[in-house]
Ligand binder design. Sequence first.
Ligand code: MTE
Length: 319
Amino acid sequence: MLIRKPSDIKPSEITSEAIFLQRRKLLSGAVAGGLLAAGGSMGRAADNAPSAPTLKFKDNVQYSVTEKPNTFEEITHYNNFYEFGTDKTDPAENAGAFKPKPWSVTIAGEAEKTGTFTFEDIIKSHPLEERIYRFRCVEAWSMVIPWVGFPLGDLLKRFGPTSKAKYVEFTTLLDPKQMPGQRSDTLPWPYVEGLRIDEAMHPLAFMVVGLYGRDLPNVDGAPLRTMAPWKYGFKNGKSIVKIRFTATQPRNTWNILAANEYGFYGNVNPEVDHPRWSQATERRIGGSFFGARQKTLMFNGYADQVASLYQGMDLRRDF
Ligand code: MTE
């Protein structure tokens, strides 16, 4: 990410904990009562939180942190989505007209079943769950986000990856008409990211289709994006149109742009600094005007679950 001074969230935009807790109570009650219908989305409520959940999902407590999530307003107004501009506020300003439906995803490469599938084909047969994940950007800011989705590995397995599939590559939509940022060459388009197959199959790796119980907002990568919470945000491509199983390590956008600054792995690691700044601490968005600074945790706090994936690797070299 380019170095720029982040414009901070105004304190007036922060939903109080009481309102948040009240909403969550309503939400789980509605799910338990089977009252929610799938699909659709509704306008933003006056308190800057979504007015009502529209997706049917279960809370996944096992994979959720207990820290207070950021508000819907924060999560949708402080974004990196260079397809809509390079400033944190650009996606909120420029992504409103983007049409995430109809949508299709092409499955390609080392798999038994390849082809192009509608978004509905992709998500059907996957029960949705909510996971409250920590989110750490490589730029040393962080949030806590209640995503709705399903395990990425469950989706990938449906296409029967062959024994040659050692990596998975994710490609974002290329559509300069809808994505004004793609009309200039800030990044080599389309945005591409990748995971090793065992990372992609890890139970924490998530395919996200919703936020705060409603369809994923455009600014966060509608209609679907990946989320590996132990990695820096840049590893999680948005608005994915292609998933390709590969035998060799795919290139990833930020690595193509600056290989000495952004590696393939992008694992959160407070001991390995970015060449231009420290990764030891992070600024948690919200709470106070500048956001409280806190220590960054190894693998973003998910070390117990994921450290074994990297046993024997030199994390300074494979950053
Ligand atoms: N995906 C695409 N297609 N384009 C992007 O610019 N930015 C990445 C990642 N995925 C990016 C992307 C970076 S740097 C971050 S930090 C996260 O998206 C931000 O996700 P969020 O805006 O939902 O918080």
